[in-house]
Design a protein around this ligand. Structure first.
Ligand SMILES: Nc1ncnc2c1ncn2[C@@H]1O[C@H](COP(=O)(O)OP(=O)(O)OP(=O)(O)O)[C@@H](O)[C@H]1O
Length: 277
């Protein structure tokens, strides 16, 4: 399914070795925290050698991804999915262990990040693309296509502060789906847009994923995961609890009903791609 995007396949890799991420919480009350606490949600709360409270958001993560891998992350609130995405994007350093990512990374966490309210829609398209690792020249080549996709017409000459939320999302999605990343890191926020426009964006999103070298995508939407990924990791209290095919992992995490839905979505995606082939 993955198309070769002219990149040296072996060059694009994501590796972590026993990677841990701790967040020290200096103002937490230690009195009631004599030992590690494991709640239903959130990471493990413990304390470090200096008796400072720490949240162990990720513990001993060993992940080895190569070109063509499309991994979905599932897990409870606070399991560590976003922390793992941030680790892979280079936003967090591992507290212990190591993390190495080779390739141009496009982290897409918040569709609005990198947009300036005072400049026009057109200018924001360029800036946002550069924020995601493209050059100005590459973005200038893509701008007509993105403008057409947004259907915003002359509005693109107006400052972004005059746009509604939905109009901003159109710009952000247009840019995100136009880039050529080697390692695409997607947080689920991207799913939270208006249903009609999302339908239109879905094809572009799938094409984006196909030309990316590696995809890591965290989401609570099984439908979205099944559309974009073929493998899943179940993250549980900061650790990888299961690594396998998307249907198998969703079944273990959420049960047979959810797995049946995933199966249906996969069959639909396959039928759609055969229809358009
Ligand atoms: N900046 C931070 N400072 C302190 N603790 C943090 C920070 N970011 C995350 N955490 C903690 O790390 C743990 C993992 O959080 P993370 O955001 O990675 O979970 P998640 O799986 O993405 O959750 P959700 O599905 O709710 O988005 C949680 O216990 C959270 O409280």
């Amino acid at each position: 399914m993955a198309k070769n995007n002219n990149l040296g396949d072996n060059r694009v890799r994501v590796d972590t070795w026993d990677a841990c991420v701790d967040f020290p919480i200096f103002d937490a009350k230690t009195r009631s925290l004599k030992k590690s606490v494991l709640g239903a949600a959130g990471g493990v709360i413990g304390s470090n050698a200096s008796n400072v409270v720490v949240v162990e958001a990720l513990k001993d993560i060993n992940l080895h991804l190569k070109h063509g891998d499309r991994i979905g992350l599932v897990g409870h609130n606070g399991a560590g999915k976003s922390t793992l995405l941030r680790l892979l994007s280079g936003i967090y350093e591992p507290t212990r262990g190591a993390c190495r990512v080779q390739g141009r990374v496009a982290p897409v966490f918040d569709l609005g990040v990198g947009m300036d309210p005072e400049i026009s829609g057109y200018e924001n398209i360029i800036i946002r693309g550069m924020f995601l690792g493209m050059t100005r020249k590459e973005m200038l080549k893509k701008i007509d296509d993105i403008a057409e996709f947004t259907e915003l017409g002359d509005y693109l000459q107006m400052p972004l502060r005059t746009y509604s939320t939905g109009m901003r999302v159109r710009i952000a999605l247009g840019v995100v789906t136009s880039i050529d990343p080697e390692v695409l890191i997607l947080d689920e926020g991207i799913g939270a847009v208006d249903a009609d426009f999302m339908k239109k964006a879905r094809g572009r999103l799938q094409a984006l994923v196909e030309r990316s070298g590696i995809l890591v995508f965290a989401s609570h939407s099984n439908e979205f995961l099944a559309q974009l990924c073929d493998r899943a990791l179940w993250i549980d209290h900061g650790q990888i609890r299961m690594d396998g095919g998307i249907e198998e992992v969703v079944e273990a995490y959420e049960g047979p009903g959810a797995a049946a839905h995933v199966r249906k979505v996969i069959a639909q995606v396959k039928a759609d791609s055969e229809g358009t082939a």
